[in-house]
Design a protein around this ligand. Sequence first.
Ligand code: DX5
Ligand code: ZN
Length: 217
Amino acid sequence: MPIIAPSMLSADFLNLEKDIDMVNNSLADWFHLDVMDGRFVPNITFGMPIIAAMKKKAKKPFDVHLMIVEPEKYFEDFAKAGADILSVHYEVSPHLHRNLQIIKSLGMKAGVAINPSTPVRLLEDVLPNIDLVCVMSVNPGFGGQKFIDQTTHKIRTLKQMIKDQGASTLIEVDGGVTLDNAHVLIKDGADVLVAGNTVFSSADPTDTINRLKSFQK
Ligand code: DX5
Ligand code: ZN
């Protein structure tokens, strides 16, 4: 069964507590939290204070996706705010190996997110150091975008790389995940599905999460 991580970017910010409770009481596994800085991506979302406030109510791990430049400046702050998994973008990390070590030394799992145009092969030499690869299936910046089809090829390549190296890295797919494409993504090798719009725009978000969770390989 896949790990399901609802993206709180599509939650109701006026009623965050209600949506946190919904996730707490669903079959979802993690909270996916999208931090954007208006520099790496053309949008600004939320930061440490909101994450720390959410942490008081949330009963599941925080999967924090940093879409910010110079992410290393804030690793400690995100650890304190409650991040359990912290992902940085490959495209803003010239010293990726060092970043992964620092994230782990702060007690978090270390993730790397890659844009749709970034080849998964670039992660080959650092794969055993990565707990989670977040394969972006939309251009990062906004929820509710259409899934980019070439992503399925990237998932299959990455799965084979992980297998070849005997690594235990998880593959997360982020962006445009729906009830229609979830099954294919899992069959291709996705371990974690992020879903924002699909969950929060549905008539029954709990049921949508439970349906995403029920897909088998
Ligand atoms: C996009 C974010 C995603 C986004 C997913 O930049 O990284 O996590 O919230 O939203 P949906 O599922 O609506 O595409
Ligand atoms: Zn994300």
